[in-house]
Design a protein around this ligand. Structure first.
Ligand SMILES: [Zn+2]
Ligand SMILES: [Zn+2]
Length: 329
């Protein structure tokens, strides 16, 4: 059945769709369970669901998806996190946390962390609900289209695992759309949305612009400033660190009139839940802004130590910028 030049049903990826969502939809469109479809097309020896397939897609999978759906390799390549190489991080490493990417933490093919987020409004407006690659990003805490907070779990508390929604269902016909919780069966989009507070305006205009560029997969949207994002990430790391954050968090909250909130302890910024990341990013964007003025002032009054700005970072850019300038940007 699936041996022809094109599969009987060969949907193309929707704008911004991630590979895993595309594979699951293709399986369902062909009336097959995800596991059966994967075994038939990629081979039983190529298990793809025990890994983060949107991060580590084997070339064979990309090739098969591209040719059997008649989708160009250029479009196929945009369905994985590789889209962000040299834009948000320098390269994809097979293990460890990738800068700006929420980890899935797989256990027996189940995502145990809250790495895939979703905008409930986007999902409910989709003709056929699908998941976007941008929704994996730690910086993407709100939807730049609808200006609502992203969600990172169902109202029952389960993480998003759309490749598991057919489990326990004998007949594939039972499967609804990807907008369904694998654990409780309710609609993921059927959840109270929270509109974001767009103040301070300086914070949101710059952040919203970056998310807009990411949402459009960098098409017709101009470049994003790679180095500034490295700096924002470094500030997020400092604010999220119990050991290094205290002065700078209080300093930003005092100056910006944003509230001082407790931040839970995590090893990496990307491990925080969407609300904590949103809060940390808000403070970091305020400090970095469009000009170096606020950052310079925070260094001058010792709210932030210069060496924190390149501590634990492999990025030469940070070291060069700060160690050579002794705090002057
Ligand atoms: Zn949305
Ligand atoms: Zn649920």
């Amino acid at each position: 059945m699936l041996s022809g030049e094109l599969w009987p049903a060969h949907p193309h990826p929707y704008a911004g769709e991630c590979l895993s969502s595309w594979i699951v939809r293709t399986a369902h469109h062909n009336g097959l369970k995800v596991q059966t479809f994967s075994d038939l097309t990629f081979g039983k020896h190529n298990q793809i669901w025990n890994r983060d397939i949107d991060k580590l897609a084997p070339d064979l999978v990309m090739k098969i998806m591209s040719s059997f759906t008649s989708t160009s390799r250029a479009i196929t390549n945009k369905t994985t996190l590789n889209l962000y190489t040299n834009r948000l991080f320098p390269t994809i490493r097979p293990s460890g946390i990738l800068r700006w990417v929420n980890p899935l933490v797989l256990h027996h093919r189940k995502h145990t962390a809250f790495g895939m987020q979703y905008c409930p409004v986007c999902l409910s407006e989709d003709k056929e609900p699908y998941f976007r690659i941008a929704w994996r990003l730690a910086i993407y805490t709100f939807c730049p289209i609808h200006k609502v907070m992203m969600k990172d779990h169902c109202k029952c508390g389960a993480s998003v695992n759309f490749h598991r929604i057919e489990l326990g269902k004998a007949n594939i016909i039972d499967v609804g759309t990807l907008d369904e919780c694998w654990q409780c069966g309710s609609k993921l989009s059927d959840i109270a949305v929270r509109t974001i507070d767009l103040r301070p305006k300086s914070v949101f205009s710059i952040w919203n612009r970056v998310l807009g560029v990411i949402q459009r997969s960098f098409v017709n949207s101009g470049p994003i400033n790679y180095n500034r994002l490295i700096l924002v990430h470094q500030i997020c790391k400092i604010i999220a660190s119990k050991r290094f954050n205290h002065n700078i968090q209080s300093y930003i909250c005092d100056k910006s009139a944003m509230p001082f909130c407790d931040i839970s302890e995590k090893t990496y910024f990307e491990q925080h839940n969407v609300y904590e990341r949103h809060y940390i990013l808000q403070l970091a964007w305020w400090l970095i802004g469009n000009t170096p003025r606020k950052l310079e002032e925070s260094l001058k009054c010792n709210a932030l130590k210069v060496n924190y700005l390149y501590r634990d970072s492999q990025e030469h850019f940070l070291r060069q910028l700060f160690s050579l300038s002794s705090g002057k940007l």
